[in-house]
Structure formats: structure tokens, C-alpha cells
Design a binder for this molecule. Structure first.
Ligand code: NAD
Length: 330
């Protein structure tokens, strides 16, 4: 299994995963490779060849967060990997765990985010020092694929509704195409209730009454923003995993970034990356181990004495991982 620890808190939280994998006695052998800031400092490349070689061979990876300079400098490693391996489907489940202090408790939403195009396609042009353009790319093929994935998930997991989120009232061509294609796909799933929600209204609805949503499918940028908003509803960014799925390859990660403000302090919450690891285990058909991790997290997070700093507690990353492992070994 490829392991990319990543930048910032990446090393701290991926150590937690390695320890948990060992406690579970999984047969996983980690093929650890470095990408991101550290790789750039060492080799001058953000994604060195050995990273591609490892991913090409293993086809499944767990990735820590990677720092991207804001507003200048190199292209995001995450976006590059998603494009290179055509990791078209991004899945982000938003659920309340244990007794975490959350703004809303009864939330259970799965967000499907198109992962390769939209404004993230990286088609930008500097027209003059005072003018820059970003081109929004939406295609029928990518839209159909992500919307179908959302409906198929809904059917397979006994979900009752899918909300299609766009801003098609304003971007009539690009978002208009996404909505048109999504409606066509939805027609094939009459048993699932389909809702169409504009992204601005969706932001408000999610804050006020997230319980009304089940599965959400949307474009790249809206999905990115809404999933952070949803993480905020259920206790924060340290709790939400994400899967980037391609045709025969998948990269699992936490939704959060490298958290430079807390890096190296041993206070990061490893829950999101542990949940991403559980999703990875499901993907490679080790469902029993995945279930054990989720159950251990739910139990440990049912006691406020086990909370890390982001949840209002004082456990370090290592101490929290110790409690998860003790729970697993019971
Ligand atoms: P961030 O997610 O790194 O941090 C936002 C806030 O959430 C910070 O206060 C941070 O301390 C907190 N936080 C995040 N994860 C946490 C955890 N596990 N435990 C406790 N608290 C946690 O977002 P940012 O500050 O906007 O971005 C920092 C860097 O990460 C940027 O370079 C950005 O490009 C990059 N980033 C990478 C990814 C990725 O690799 N998938 C995703 C998002 C951002």
C-alpha cells in the first residue's frame, strides 16, 4: 500500500494509522514515499518519480495533507494527482461520532464531488497585470459519471434522496449543462427522490437544517467548500475522511489540510485519517477491520476525557491513538 505522509501534521497523523494497522494485524506493507514540500526541498520535485512508480504499482494509497502555497507558486499536488490518475469521484461522508460537541447531532450526509474539472482544471490566463481569467470546464462525460456514482451509492446504501447542487441560474452554460445531465441521469432512478438546490441556498440550508439532506452531488469547487462547511457542523475538520476514486486506482485522505498552525505540536486529531484508512480497508475488502476502526473511534469519542484539543479536550495525538489501540485490543 502506498503511504504518502504529507506535510505539516501529515507525519503525526499517519503514524497513528501505521500503529492502528499494526494493532489490527493487517497484512498491509507500507510503501512509504515523499511528496509535497519536503520532496520539493529534497529533490526539486513536488511529486518525484518514485511516488508515481509506487502508485502505478500499488493502485491504492493513503495520503496525508500536502501544503500548497496560496495565490502563487506550484500547482496543488492533490489536484495534480487527481488529474494524472483521473480520480474522478470524490466521496466525503459527514457523520457525527460518539459524543463529539457538534452543532447538529443527527447528521448523516454523503457528499459526491466531481474531482477533475470545473475551475480546478487549472485553465487560467493572465490577461494583463490587472486582469486574470479562470475557465470553468464542465463536460457531459464527467458530470454523468459523478451523478451516476451518487445515485448508485444511494441505491446500494438504502438512501432515499439525492440533492443536485449547482448555480445554474447564473452560469447557464456550464452549471446549466451539469444540471441538464444530472436530470437525465436522475430519470433512471425513480425510486430516489431528486432535489435541485442552488449552492448559496444549500449553504444556508446546511447550517440551519442539515438533517433534510441524504446524498449530495455537486461540482468540484462547490463540493470543496460545502464539505468544509459540513465538517464544521459535526465538530470540525479533524473528523471527515475523503476518498478519491478512479477506474482502477484510489487515494484515501483526510479532508483537512496540513494545518501549519498546529504542525509539530502533537495535538492534531487523527480521526479523519483513521476514518480514511477504514474506507481504504473497505475498498480492499477488509471490511471487518474497517468496522473495528469505526467502532473503536465511536466508543473512544463517546467519552469527553478522550478528546483532542480541537474537540475541547487535552489528549495528544499519540495519547488519543493509544486509547483507540486499547479499545481495538479489548
Ligand atoms: P487546514 O485544513 O490545514 O486547517 C484549517 C484549520 O483546521 C486549522 O485551524 C487547523 O489547525 C485545523 N485542523 C485541520 N486538521 C486538523 C486536525 N486533524 N486536527 C485538529 N485541527 C485540525 O486548512 P488551511 O489552513 O486552509 O490549509 C493549510 C494547507 O493545507 C494549505 O497549504 C492548503 O493548500 C493545504 N490543504 C491540503 C489539503 C490536502 O492535502 N488534501 C486539503 C486542504 C488544504
Amino acid at each position: 500500500m502506498t503511504l504518502i505522509p504529507g506535510d505539516g501534521i501529515g507525519k503525526e497523523i499517519t503514524v497513528a494509522v501505521k500503529r492502528v494497522a499494526q494493532a489490527l494485524n493487517t497484512a498491509i506493507v507500507w510503501d512509504e514515499v515523499v511528496a509535497g514540500q519536503e520532496a520539493f526541498d529534497q529533490t526539486g520535485e513536488l511529486i518525484p518519480q518514485d511516488v508515481y512508480a509506487s502508485l502505478d504499482k500499488n493502485r491504492v494509497a493513503l495520503k496525508g495533507p500536502i501544503t500548497t502555497p496560496i495565490g502563487h507558486g506550484f500547482r496543488s499536488v492533490n489536484v495534480s494527482l487527481r488529474k494524472h490518475y483521473n480520480l474522478h469521484t470524490n466521496i466525503r461522508p459527514i457523520r457525527v461520532l460518539g459524543q463529539i460537541p457538534a452543532l447538529h447531532r443527527d447528521v448523516d450526509i454523503v457528499l459526491f464531488r466531481e474531482n477533475t474539472e470545473d475551475l480546478y482544471a487549472g485553465v487560467e490566463e493572465q490577461i494583463s497585470p490587472d486582469e486574470a481569467h479562470s475557465i470553468k470546464i464542465i463536460t457531459r462525460q464527467a458530470t454523468e459519471r459523478i451523478v451516476r456514482a451518487a445515485y448508485e451509492y444511494a441505491v446500494a446504501n438504502d438512501r432515499h434522496s439525492v440533492a443536485i447542487v449547482t448555480k445554474a441560474n447564473i452560469m447557464k452554460l456550464s452549471d446549466g449543462l451539469f444540471l441538464k445531465v444530472a436530470r437525465e441521469v436522475a430519470e433512471g432512478y425513480p425510486q430516489i427522490e431528486t432535489r435541485e438546490v442552488l449552492v448559496d441556498n444549500m449553504a444556508m440550508q446546511l447550517v440551519m437544517k442539515p438533517q433534510q439532506f441524504d446524498v449530495i452531488v455537486t461540482e468540484n469547487l462547490y463540493g470543496d467548500i460545502l464539505s468544509d462547511l459540513m465538517a464544521g457542523l459535526i465538530g470540525g475538520l479533524g473528523l471527515v475522511p475523503g476518498a478519491n476514486i478512479g477506474d482502477d486506482i484510489a487515494i484515501f485522505e483526510a479532508v483537512h489540510g496540513s494545518a501549519p498552525d498546529i504542525a509539530g505540536k502533537e495535538i492534531a486529531n487523527p480521526t479523519a485519517i483513521l476514518l480514511a484508512f477504514a474506507d481504504l480497508l473497505d475498498y480492499i475488502s477488509l471490511q471487518d477491520d474497517a468496522k473495528k476502526i469505526r467502532e473503536a473511534l465511536a466508543l473512544v469519542l463517546s467519552d469527553a476525557n478522550n478528546f483532542t484539543r480541537d474537540l475541547g479536550g487535552d489528549l495528544s495525538t499519540t495519547a488519543f491513538t493509544d486509547r483507540i489501540i486499547s479499545q481495538l485490543l479489548k
